[in-house]
Design a protein around this ligand. Structure first.
Ligand code: SAM
Length: 280
């Protein structure tokens, strides 16, 4: 075991057996374990008969503890950083420590294992060749809608974390922003007793959550298929938006004429669309 090394060790996201032999050996051999919450980590260590000293490295004292941890590493002791579940630094504390240690020329060794986002992605049935992990959406409704909007045209599969308190609202917001027909997956309680993976259109998923409150319990990864880049769909959406904007400023005929000049689409087609928009 190298001294003065920070080991970033992944722990299970539910099923206690989802931890590597190397992770267990590392946890046994380091000088101490820095845990996000010692109450979460203690049962895991007990289960595997690991008696390494445990210290709290909580989100709220992360900066205060950072200097102390760096001094310990400088002095040649080794530390294993763990979070409550999954891989540290992935929507979990640890980034300032890892960054600072690297800047000081220290050694950071990853000990890989579970992470909810990869676990969910691997069973989602959505494209995995390109994905974008976005963590937790903003909690406030308006901010969440505006934030989601920035990813509406993203072609990669989108991956979000969400809590039980907000999963129904978030999926409803995603349905509003990405469109009711966009394909999505809700991966709940992965590797645990109530593991459920729901697949379907965002509208059907939102409806399912609203109708079945049990589906709102636990921990969630939400995945959304990236924008398909389907030209037909895109033109329809863009033109409609253009018409709405022009119609808010100009008489209908003029709005249609301008939209036709910009888009090259025939006036009579746009006129019908404009009448639909205005409810005519
Ligand atoms: N570091 C962790 C990882 O690597 O996955 C994530 C930590 S983040 C604070 C916790 C969030 O991860 C939960 O709110 C949920 O969105 C997701 N998550 C964690 N465990 C999960 C599980 N078993 N099933 C589904 N989602 C899970």
């Amino acid at each position: 075991m190298s001294k003065g090394v920070l080991y970033v060790v992944a722990t299970p996201i539910g099923n206690i057996e989802d931890i590597s032999q190397r992770a267990l050996e590392t946890l046994k051999q380091v000088d101490f374990i820095a845990a996000e919450d010692t109450r979460h980590t203690r049962p895991l260590l007990k289960h595997y008969g690991i008696n390494t000293p445990l210290r709290a490295f909580h989100q709220y004292n992360e900066h205060a503890k950072l200097e102390m941890m760096l001094q310990i590493l400088d002095a040649g002791q080794s530390i294993a950083l763990v979070s409550d579940a999954g891989t540290p630094l992935i929507s979990d504390p640890g980034f300032p420590l890892v960054r600072e240690l690297i800047q000081r020329g220290g050694r950071v060794v990853p000990v890989p294992g579970a992470s909810a986002l990869i676990c969910a992605l691997s069973a989602s049935g959505l494209p995995t060749d390109r994905f974008m992990f976005l963590g937790f959406p903003p909690r406030q409704t308006g901010q969440r809608l505006a934030w989601l909007q920035t990813f509406a045209d993203e072609v990669s599969t989108l991956v979000f974390y969400e809590s039980s308190h907000r999963v129904a609202d978030s999926v409803a917001a995603m349905c509003e922003v990405f469109g009711s027909g966009r394909e999505g997956v809700i991966a709940r309680e992965l590797t645990k007793l109530h593991e459920t993976i729901l697949r379907g259109s965002l509208e059907s998923l939102s409806e399912r959550l609203r109708q079945d409150r049990d589906q709102q319990k636990g921990e969630f990864v939400i995945l959304i298929r990236g924008a398909t880049g389907d030209a037909g769909e895109r033109i329809e959406v863009d033109i409609e938006q253009m018409l709405i904007t022009l119609m808010a400023e100009l008489p209908l005929k003029q709005a249609v004429s301008l939209a036709s000049r910009v888009s090259g689409i025939k006036k009579n087609i746009l006129y019908k669309q404009a009448l639909k928009i205005s409810g005519g």
